[in-house]
Design a protein around this ligand. Structure first.
Ligand SMILES: Nc1ncnc2c1ncn2[C@@H]1O[C@H](COP(=O)(O)OP(=O)(O)OP(=O)(O)O)[C@@H](O)[C@H]1O
Length: 475
């Protein structure tokens, strides 16, 4: 049996500080829902409130339609597995897995059920070993066995794989997917790892700073992120996010100004692109996934593609594909909470409580030398490069300038001054086939597929493609 879980406007405060803010969420019976977000955003707290291990400060929890805020944990028929799930060290795997069954009925023979559970997890050979004789992955499997042996109706997993190495993680990930599907049990899985979330979840709920940002199937999360935070949190390599300004003259083509270059929007303007006109002069963020840009001259442009040029900074061969890091003279947008949220290369995160904040950006920052900036600006046809970097000065053409010292705050916050990442010169990463031959330092022509253009407004909300709910929009 599996159960429905409903959270309605659920909040949690610790000592007066809110850590979960009015979360409303429905998990259908048998569904696999992943809670995804950076360290410290409140994912585990939500899970612990469902399990009954934390009181709910405000709002309601329903299990199968019944109000459950005050139902004691042991009466919820919920099993939970943590990152470092403790097994009883003096009990064999068989005894550990059978322990919850024994608690329920001390006199019955639980061996058949323990062995059936062990078969599901392929750990029959480990049943007579003590935890000290098991590897980390084997221990975690026994821990899962202990959690599922009594066939709970809800399975809660809190980063169960994060202490394991990458290969084992991938393997156990597939096993968890198979196991929960086989059991048909409602599962809520917490992780900060977007690839884990995207590969496991029927739906993924993205949280930031205690607030639910979006709940969608993985494909939709990737294709139609509700805001710039979600766009940047899902997908590898991370979406390219560039500060931009809409340029919409009455007598010429509409374009998006990206530093010293412009993306000219193709005519006839699509409905989504027409709607950008109202952003004229306002700072926006342009989002381009790495697959939206290719290396090719303007003569090869397909309908809907716009040209840019870039200088190759770095080429990353990945076997089946190549990531080309480019400097296009634009300004990467900084999204608060993201830098600490997703280690870019293989790093393991520590406790969110220790690692929150944007301090690392400042620590990494290094300002480009003015001479080098001038040289680069010249490559893009610019002549007025300043120590600020490469962006064009829109104010010089009578338009309000994007605040060069500003970053993008949490949704609802205005355009707030933040530390700016300046360490890397590359502002755009594109993904291409393994046979491309480009060298660092070369200037290359680029074509951008504007059907894959994302635009986010000054509060980080996606405005292109326009939200489906836009009233009166004939799409
Ligand atoms: N018992 C507690 N007392 C006070 N503050 C707490 C307590 N438990 C959690 N917090 C705080 O609540 C916030 C959310 O914590 P939570 O563990 O839910 O985040 P998380 O998204 O699961 O992060 P992580 O992945 O790092 O565990 C954090 O700022 C944390 O410091």
């Amino acid at each position: 049996m599996s159960r429905a879980i409903v959270l309605r406007d659920v909040s949690k405060n610790y000592g007066g500080s809110p850590v979960v803010r009015r979360v409303s969420l429905t998990v259908e019976p048998g569904e696999f829902l992943v809670l995804l977000g950076p360290s410290g955003c409140g994912k585990s707290t939500v899970l612990r409130m469902i399990a009954g291990l934390e009181d709910i400060t405000d709002g309601d929890l329903f299990l199968d339609g019944e109000h459950a805020n005050d139902v004691p944990p042991r009466e919820r028929d919920i099993a939970m597995v943590f990152q470092n799930f403790a097994l009883y060290p003096s009990m064999t795997s068989r005894e550990n897995i059978g322990f919850p069954l024994k608690l329920r009925d001390p006199s019955a023979d639980h061996d058949p059920q323990v062995e059936a559970t062990a078969r599901m997890l392929a750990i029959e050979d480990l049943l007579d070993r003590l935890p000290g004789q098991l590897s980390g992955g084997e221990r975690q499997r026994v821990a899962m066995g202990r959690a599922i042996s009594r066939r709970p109706s809800v399975f809660l997993l809190d980063e169960p794989l994060s202490s394991l190495d990458a290969k084992l993680r991938g393997h156990l990930r597939a096993e968890i997917a198979r196991l929960t599907a086989e059991l048909g049990v409602t599962t809520v899985y917490v992780t900060h790892d977007q690839s884990e979330a995207m590969s496991l979840g029927d739906r993924v709920a993205v949280m930031r700073d205690g607030v639910l940002q979006q709940v969608s199937p993985p494909q939709e999360l990737y294709a139609r992120p509700a805001n710039v935070f979600v766009a940047a949190f899902v997908g590898t390599p991370r979406i390219n996010l560039l500060d931009a300004v809409v340029h919409a003259p009455l007598d010429g083509p509409m374009s998006l100004e990206l530093g010293r270059q412009r993306l000219v929007l193709p005519l006839p303007l699509s409905v989504d692109h027409q709607l950008l006109r109202i952003q004229q002069g306002r700072p926006i963020i342009v989002g381009l996934r790495s697959e939206a840009v290719r290396i090719a001259p303007p003569s090869q442009a397909r309908p809907g593609e716009a040209s840019l040029v870039g200088i190759v900074e770095h080429v990353e061969y990945q076997g089946h594909e190549v990531l080309v890091h480019l400097d296009t003279g634009s300004r990467p947008a900084v999204v608060a909470d993201l830098e600490a949220a997703r280690p870019r290369a293989g790093g393991r995160r520590g406790s969110g409580r220790r690692k929150r904040g944007l301090g690392r950006i400042g620590a990494r920052a290094a300002v480009l030398g003015v001479g080098r900036i001038r040289a680069r600006a010249a490559a893009f046809g610019g002549s007025r490069a300043s120590a600020e970097g490469l962006p064009a000065g829109p104010a010089a053409e009578g338009r309000p300038a994007a605040d060069p010292a500003a970053g993008w705050g949490r949704s609802g916050e205005p355009y707030a001054a933040r530390e700016r990442r300046t360490a890397g010169r590359s502002d755009l990463v594109l993904r291409t086939g393994p046979h491309v031959r480009v060298r660092a330092g070369a200037q290359v022509p680029l074509l951008v597929d504007l059907a894959q253009l994302y635009v986010f407004d000054h509060q980080g909300t996606r405005i292109c493609p326009a939200p489906d709910a836009l009233p009166g929009l004939d799409r």
